[in-house]
Design a protein around this ligand. Structure first.
Ligand code: ADP
Ligand code: ZN
Ligand code: ZN
Length: 709
């Protein structure tokens, strides 16, 4: 047996793994720390095992032996390497790619850069401390008890028996084929029960989940342990960051997507050195190099931003659990609208359910919600984007100097431009998607970034009758400004938040009541706490319902429930107006009632009937290539033989189909779905399919992308 070993753990050095021979009788695992002879002088160095392999096509007499395994406590780096090995198996990606995901890039910030400390930026207000109400206290006590039990275990048993230590995944490293890797992945050990506790804090919006987190964190920090607080995106949870960094001044590090690599590394270093006890950040914060990790909190657990869009396409929910098992600490998930996955796990008893059913703020009530049928508006002759009811309420609120939020899940001015003569819509030349018109007259592709000017004549038929259709946030803004000329309006979407600090500026301005109306995409929907907002308008609530995704209803329900939760958080009651063409859809009706449990039951039955997650596992394999014919050939040929593999395992195979957007950036994409209740069978079939693809595509021209749900 041979081992792949990296000497330095810097991201730049990861590509250079060296092969060593494993002496007879040495028991070695991926992630182990070893001493090895290195270089011409054979000086002893420390390295990490990143892969194991049966044979090695190189002169065996030239391969050196590993000297010894270092039987140390599991260091944080070993934990992270174990985590990478687990991810490599789970998500079908190379160990290298996983290591790059898990380990921070080491780069220092340039000295002369004039910067504000990213944490200080948030601490500009008084801490609003609350004693917990009975429901909050009960939830906090449960998690603290779980944490204390973990601490007791940690001190009682030698560190080498950290749960998850028995990992037998043996993915290979550098230069190995996806096939060999896939093989190693297939032999991975399944999860061994649930050695660390998991909790789901299901609390309605405004029930004080954040306050519960803060109290639990206090206890963990008091004992000198460390906490990872995951949030979907800083922009979505500005409020949380502000409260945590104010409460634990000087003990908090922050990550966000707008930081430079050097700035991120600076924050990671603070974690590594133990200078802070808390890291707040998006999904990559789950890899915080904390030596004394005591708790992982994942706020807004249902958020889709927690799923990585690039390989390894990991689910933060699962990685957090694996990390917690390696560290021997609990995980706390929190949401007003938990994912079906976590809620069903809670009902099965795998995750302990903690509930907050009332708003925390004395007197704060859930908002009154009204559903407006847009078809009736049209029948009444109202062709405006605002229903009569919403318009009237806006007028009322503006007179009373109360604040309004308008939500529209589409940015830009008009969502497409088409020709009234020939009916052609203007499309991106590189993608199968219509171009979006922006107010500056540019047409942009929201998939690849292509940009052009709006032409005078139709490129298909030459007629001058090009007309914009549909609505985006930009058009909504100019419309609202036109009909309410004295109101001050802010807009927050991807186009207005391109620079660092834009989010914070807009939100802070609105929070200080320097504007009456905030218009935005889903960015404005979540986690913000604006006490003066008494009206929330959801302009086109069903925009996402018809998306080709089995989670379309779940996403819509979550979005509407969260948006509705924005109104009436202060003393005044709030109103929520949901404008829709599908007023009877259960996702809309039940979000009006804020009835999570009823939605869950209904949606779960639908998933069960259709064999969708969480009742079964679903593997989506995307095959991509610039060569359309070759892609067709390979995907059909691979799927043909693969049908037999699936039948043998009793799994369902769907496809190959064209992806819903078949071409993006001139790359064609086909999709194959595999469904089966067993996680391990799905993983095995994924690897089988990969083999079959490579039989027809020996040069590896077709790119494979796996998505496990
Ligand atoms: P969530 O995260 O569940 O939406 P928050 O933690 O933001 O809720 O709390 C909502 C509001 O209630 C905040 O303004 C918060 O300061 C307040 N709050 C939280 N806990 C209490 C409490 N125990 N007593 C009074 N007010 C509270
Ligand atoms: Zn035309
Ligand atoms: Zn494009």
């Amino acid at each position: 047996m041979y081992a792949e070993i990296i000497i330095d753990i810097t991201n730049e050095a990861l590509d250079r793994a060296y092969t060593y021979h494993i002496p007879e009788g040495m028991d070695l695992h991926v992630g182990d720390r070893v001493t090895i002879p290195f270089g011409a002088s054979n000086a002893e160095k420390t390295g990490y095992v990143v892969g194991l392999r049966e044979n090695f096509d190189y002169d065996p007499s030239k391969v050196k032996d590993i000297v010894a395994v270092i039987p140390d406590a599991i260091s944080v780096q070993e934990q992270l390497i174990h985590l990478a090995a687990w991810m490599s198996t789970e998500y079908g990606t190379t160990m290298n790619q996983c290591l790059k995901t898990v380990l921070p890039v080491r780069r220092t910030v340039r000295k002369n850069a004039r910067r504000i400390d990213p944490v200080r930026m948030y601490q500009n207000e008084q801490d609003e401390y609350h004693d917990l109400n009975p429901a909050q206290a009960q939830a906090a006590a449960a998690v603290i008890a779980g944490y204390q039990a973990c601490v007791a275990k940690r001190t009682a048993s030698p560190v080498t028996s950290v749960p998850g230590d028995t990992e037998t995944a043996e993915p290979e490293s550098t230069g190995t084929s996806a096939l060999a890797e896939a093989k190693a992945a297939g032999e991975a050990a399944p999860a061994d029960g649930h050695p660390v506790p998991r909790y789901l804090l299901h609390g309605i919006t405004g029930s004080g989940k954040t306050e519960v987190y803060l109290h639990i964190m206090e206890e963990v920090i008091r004992r000198g342990d460390q906490v990872i607080l995951l949030i979907p995106e800083i922009s979505l949870t500005y409020q949380t960051v502000r409260r945590v960094s104010t409460r634990f001044q000087g003990r908090v590090a922050i990550l966000n997507s707008r930081m430079s690599i050097g700035e991120r590394f600076e924050q990671y270093t603070k974690c590594e050195r133990g200078e802070v006890n808390v890291l707040i950040g998006p999904r990559s914060a789950v890899f915080a190099p904390f030596e004394r990790l005591g708790l992982i909190i994942m706020d807004e657990e249902h958020e889709s931003a927690y799923k990585s869009e690039t390989a390894p396409r990991y689910e933060t929910r699962d990685v957090a659990y694996e990390r917690a098992r390696l560290a021997g600490c609990p995980v706390l998930y929190g949401s007003a609208t938990p994912s079906l996955t976590i809620y069903s796990a809670a009902l099965r008893g795998e995750v302990q359910l903690l509930e907050l059913l009332e708003r925390a703020h004395a007197g704060a009530k859930l908002a009154e919600t009204e559903i407006i049928d847009l078809r009736e508006e049209l029948a009444k002759g109202n062709r405006s984007i605002l229903s009569e009811r919403l318009y009237t309420l806006m007028q009322e609120k503006l007179e009373k100097k109360e604040q309004i939020m308008l939500f529209m899940n589409r940015r830009g001015y008009s969502n497409f431009v088409s020709c009234r003569s020939c009916g052609e819509a203007l499309k991106c030349p590189h993608c199968d998607i219509t171009l979006t018109l922006h107010r500056d007259g540019s047409l942009r592709c929201h998939y690849c970034g292509y940009q052009t000017r709006l032409m005078k004549l139709c490129p298909s038929c030459g007629s001058p009758y090009l007309a914009p259709f549909g609505f985006g946030t930009e058009k909504l803004e100019s419309y609202v400004k036109k009909i309410f000329p004295t109101a001050s309006v802010l807009r927050m979407d991807a186009d207005t938040t391109k620079r660092k600090g834009d989010h914070e500026r807009i939100l802070e301005k609105f929070r200080k009541h320097q504007a009456d109306i905030l218009i935005g995409t889903q960015m404005i929907v979540k986690g913000h706490d604006f006490p003066d907002v008494t009206l929330v308008g959801l302009i086109a609530a069903d925009l996402n319902l018809s998306a080709p995704d089995f989670k379309a209803s779940e996403r819509t329900f979550q979005l509407l429930t969260q948006a509705a939760g924005r109104a009436g958080r202060g003393a005044q009651a709030g109103t929520v107006i949901i404008q829709t063409y599908q007023p009877d859809h259960y996702a809309i009706v039940l979000s009006k009632r804020q009835d999570y449990r009823a939605f869950y039951e209904k949606e779960f039955r639908f998933r069960k009937l259709m064999g969708y997650p969480p009742t079964e596992r679903l593997m989506t394999i995307q095959l991509a290539s610039k060569d359309e014919d070759f892609l067709s050939m390979v995907s059909s040929a691979a799927a043909e033989g693969f049908q037999l593999d699936c039948s043998a395992e009793g799994a369902e195979l769907i496809g190959p189909l064209e992806a819903s957007v078949y071409r993006i950036n001139d790359v064609y994409r086909k999709i194959v779905y595999i469904k089966h209740p067993s996680h391990d069978i799905i993983i095995r079939l994924r690897d089988r399919f990969t083999e079959r693809v490579r039989q027809h595509d020996r040069r590896g021209l077709v790119l494979l992308n796996f998505d496990l749900q």
